[in-house]
Write a protein that binds this ligand. Sequence first.
Ligand code: ATP
Ligand code: MG
Length: 393
Amino acid sequence: MKNKNSRIGFDQWLGVVGGGQLGRMFCQSAQAMGFKVLVLEPDVHAPACQLADDVINQPYDNADALDAMAQRCVAVTTEFENVSAQSFERLARHTRVAPAANALDTVQDRATEKAYIRSLGIPVAPYAVIESLDDLSKAAPELLADGILKLSRMGYDGKGQHRIQDLAQARQAFSEMGERPCVLESRLPLDHEISIVLARGLDSQIAVFDAARNVHHDGILAVTHVDGQQNEQTHQARDWACQIAQQMNYHGVLCVEFFVLQDGSMVVNEIAPRPHNSGHFTQNACVTSQFEQQARVMAGLPLGDPRLLAAAVMLNLLGEVWVGESGDQNQEPDWSKILALPGVALHLYGKTEARVGRKMGHINITAPDFKEAVRIANVVVETLSLPEKAVFV
Ligand code: ATP
Ligand code: MG
């Protein structure tokens, strides 16, 4: 076992389980600091594999692969929450892991996640755990009258979720999802959604980024805006996110998503134990990005300054943007038009096949003034025919 308290130097290996875009952007930040990155990912063409210094092309739970990774890396992280907690326990026998297996275990199941948040005295949407058709029949009438049935495990980007309005619909949705464990959540009257991304270091220091306001389209994040303004809700969100990180003794980058309801009250939607799509603005708008924080935590280095240097709008680029006027897929958009605009930064993930709903990249727009960032963002929206206006009224 390596000395867990040692401050490591550069030119050392950091490991990431998963080869998606979050792993790719982690590679970029860690490598910029001089680290080498080892990725565990079965798909050789995955976004992070194109940039990693080395790749182990094996399943995420392959014992030999995990042991080899633990031997080589001073610390290992994950870029998706569904990596098995057992894999992280195995890694932790020989190396530092951030986050810890028990944090992954708690948040990767919606039922344990919600129970945990509630146990801290932090509100979540009213819900019931559904493990059988019988549980559905016993669910509170309010949940059945207007609810969302969500798979407890493995959901992302709104997948594995069904809106239901009576018991019959709930039963049908439950069967369609293979009668796997679910939570039935009350569908809440949202005013808007915000998220807090923070990093907590091995020394328990916390660095919190500015609150992000998020708009989803078809269950997928479409737009994030960060105006640097604080209000009652952003203060509350920040406090709750810090409380969650502290209580879990969490090490790494964490995102907490919140629903702000029409009466101004707020509940936690969910926790992501990793950098988050709504934190991509940090790449161009903050002194330190969420991915650099992840590398710093892993290496036992001090956290970077999370300060916001500019107002920002982030626009997600889904596969739809690659569909040409004639309807053919994989038509590369004309980036030169948007790159000519001030404050525009393009981030593409190296995915060669565009599919509807697939996250292909994002655009960060920064400006000294939020109104100006929104103005430019709306030009980008028009130019690329994105589904969402970047403006919030
Ligand atoms: P992601 O991967 O984007 O985090 P996910 O699959 O984990 O998505 P959720 O975060 O649970 O799914 O839900 C996606 C979106 O659906 C939310 O951001 C929100 O817009 C809407 N939504 C989810 N639950 C509720 C609810 N109880 N009431 C109202 N809207 C909801
Ligand atoms: Mg979510």
